[in-house]
Design a protein around this ligand. Structure first.
Ligand code: ZN
Length: 397
């Protein structure tokens, strides 16, 4: 048992701090050098780590440094979105070997979309095998809906209108590697913690705004799942009891105030009074042509309607974040999704709302930062999930 824990700890230090020497590992873990030599020997023998070069610190003999072995095997991460399927394959560093995205649409059948997914997984498998040999360490899939994480079943995806799809069963019938299914926002949260903007922050609040407002909560390095595994539906926090109707059936969810649809609503309302806005010219008077890019461009030109609308998004975003800072006391808040393209306009408003509304003790030291992986956050979370499954039990992987 202890040996397992130590192997796992060493592998994690090597992952985070590579290249690192055996003596530095001894210092970091508090284990003696003989134990480190022994455990490192086992990890080298299992192909998970490799010696990469000599390190001299100016004193004494130079020592050999270690890193993860890229050829330990490959990992495939996939995402089913509302109108796309994405797949990446990485080695064990992780360096991306294969990446593909294919357009789909919500009218397609489940079988059609899964067919595209499986075809792309096979292509990733082939490309990775060519590069580092035929050893798949695991396969992860993120989906936009409620997931029974243990059973690997997609319970409900409102924007796809999918219900009770046994995704894990489908994928394990085709692939022999371990399969992990999770909600895309949970995976994105984990990806930003493991490889991104929240690295080394054990308590993370992650938010992603675009078509909807999704989120995830990491507590003490673990995703908060709740009793049925459904925790993290932050976008459906009621903020306006009599507000707009939400896709979930409730009224006034946070998502109805912070999303692309909300932004377009604010802009259209502002344009009714601001007849001289550049947005009238740019859309040729057809407001169905509004896009986030146009609104950001208008804001950069100082257009009052665009600026006021983005300010409103920033306000409601900040009000919600302040409440969650009070409830969760995270040490970092990560903001991603397509709406983060407007961060230059949102950030000052969000910061001022937090300053106004969050308890000083709760917000002390909490920073709101931009997500690092953008559109790849969910896929990187899939890679991270497989990584963590191996690193937590290297002797049985
Ligand atoms: Zn809702």
């Amino acid at each position: 048992m202890l040996r397992h824990i130590n192997l796992s700890a060493i592998m994690n230090y090597i992952r985070v701090e590579a290249p690192i020497s055996r003596s530095m590992l001894a210092k970091k873990t508090g284990l003696n050098k003989a134990t480190i030599t022994n455990l490192v020997g086992e990890l080298v023998q299992r192909n998970f780590i490799q010696e990469v070069g000599l390190e001299t610190n100016g004193l004494g003999r130079p020592s050999m440094t270690l890193r993860l072995n890229p050829a330990a095997g490959f990992i495939i991460a996939t995402e089913i979105g509302v109108d796309f399927v994405s797949v990446i394959g990485t080695d064990f560093l992780p360096k991306i070997i294969f990446q593909a995205t294919e357009k789909t649409n919500p009218e397609m059948t489940v079988d059609d979309v899964l067919g595209i997914l499986v075809k792309n997984i096979h292509q990733a498998h082939e490309a990775c095998t060519k590069e580092i040999g035929d050893k798949c360490l695991g396969l992860a899939l993120g989906v936009p809906g409620l997931v029974d994480y243990e059973e690997g079943v997609l319970l409900f995806a409102p924007n796809l209108k999918w219900k009770d799809i046994p995704l894990k069963q489908v994928l394990t019938s085709d692939f022999s590697a371990p399969v992990f299914i999770d909600n895309e926002a949970n995976l994105a949260t984990y990806g930003e913690y493991y490889f991104g903007a929240a690295a080394q922050h054990p308590d993370v609040l992650y938010l992603s705004a675009g078509v909807g407002l999704g989120g995830g909560i990491l507590h003490n390095t673990q995703l908060l799942r709740g009793v049925n595994g459904m925790a993290g539906e932050l976008g459906h926090f009621t903020m306006m009891p009599d507000g707009e109707l939400c896709g979930c059936g409730n009224r006034g969810c946070w998502e109805t105030l912070v999303s692309l649809r909300a932004l377009f609503r604010y802009v259209e309302a502002a344009l009714k009074v601001q007849t001289g806005s550049v947005l009238w010219d740019w859309t040729h008077g057809d407001l169905s042509q509004l896009s986030l890019d146009l609104i950001i461009a208008a804001a950069r030109e100082g257009d009052p309607a665009a600026l006021a609308s983005l300010e409103k998004i920033g306000q409601f975003l900040g009000i919600g974040i302040a409440s969650f800072i009070n409830a969760l006391n995270p040490d970092i808040v990560v903001f991603g999704g397509i709406m983060s393209d407007a961060w230059e306009f949102l950030e000052p408003v969000v910061d001022s709302e937090i300053l106004k509304r969050a308890l000083p003790w709760n917000r002390k030291g909490t920073r709101v930062v931009l997500a690092q992986h953008g559109n790849n956050a969910c896929l990187m979370g899939g890679i991270a999930t497989v990584f963590q499954a191996i690193i937590s039990q290297p002797a049985s992987a």
